[in-house]
Design a binder for this molecule. Structure first.
Ligand code: SAH
Length: 208
């Protein structure tokens, strides 16, 4: 799997993106098989998304590595994740020493993820709710990673991001292909958008 990630990362060199050693180390250290259903464990270390129930997926490790890299964070960062799903992306961030807050809209998935995370990374804070509105009580965040597709940038998240921070988010039609975008908040409060590559995520649901 690591080989695949390195292969993909050489593709990104034209965009000046390299997956850092810190991120690769976290990918190596987090036991992905703990986050996939029993019957799919044999595929846990393949570089592909897998079904986790309720029509949702655990993302492909390469995409998790890429989104983590693009957040440009350190072990003192506070990061909000929208779409806990299996808990794998949250685990990667926690493994890097990041202070992680994660919101999931499907209670059963949140419950499933919390069982795994309570053992491996009990410091991660989880909440059931519509992540479109972020997690105001703990804002502002150094980075926000949205792991479900939406056709616009959720405005509440832009307010919950620190100046200098980044939102990494798949933007586009939730039912086809999206573009992975970095929304960078400048010190003066302006936003700059960087388009990275086409991705395919499950839709961000909820009443917004
Ligand atoms: N980060 C996850 C990937 C999960 S797939 C992982 O590492 O496994 C996307 C997740 O987003 C699904 O679990 C889905 O239920 C959740 N989701 C969709 N809309 C949401 C919303 N409005 N708020 C919070 N979570 C949402």
């Amino acid at each position: 799997m690591l080989k695949t990630i390195l292969w993909h990362s050489s593709m990104l060199e034209s965009k000046n993106i390299k997956i850092s050693e810190e991120v690769l180390k976290a990918i190596r250290n987090v036991p992905r098989h703990e986050f996939v259903p029993q019957k799919l464990v044999k595929y846990a270390y393949k570089d592909r998304p897998l079904a986790i129930g309720f029509g949702q997926t655990i993302s492909q490790p390469f995409i998790v590595a890429l989104m983590t890299e693009l957040l440009n964070i350190s072990d003192t960062s506070v990061v909000l994740e929208i779409g806990t799903g299996s808990g794998y992306q949250a685990a990667i961030l926690a493994e890097m020493g990041v202070n992680v807050y994660s919101v999931e809209i499907i209670p059963e998935l949140a419950e499933q993820a919390s069982k795994v995370l309570n053992t491996l990374y009990p410091e991660i804070k989880l909440r059931v709710g519509d992540g479109y509105f972020g997690w105001k009580e703990y804002a502002p965040f150094d980075g926000i990673v949205v792991t479900a597709a939406v056709d616009h940038i959720p405005e509440p998240l832009t307010h919950q991001l620190k100046a200098g921070g980044k939102i990494v988010i798949p933007i586009g039609s939730p039912y086809t292909v999206q573009e992975l975008i970095i929304v960078e908040k400048k010190i003066n409060g302006d936003f700059i958008l960087h388009q990275i590559l086409p991705v395919r995520f499950v839709p961000l649901t909820g009443d917004h």
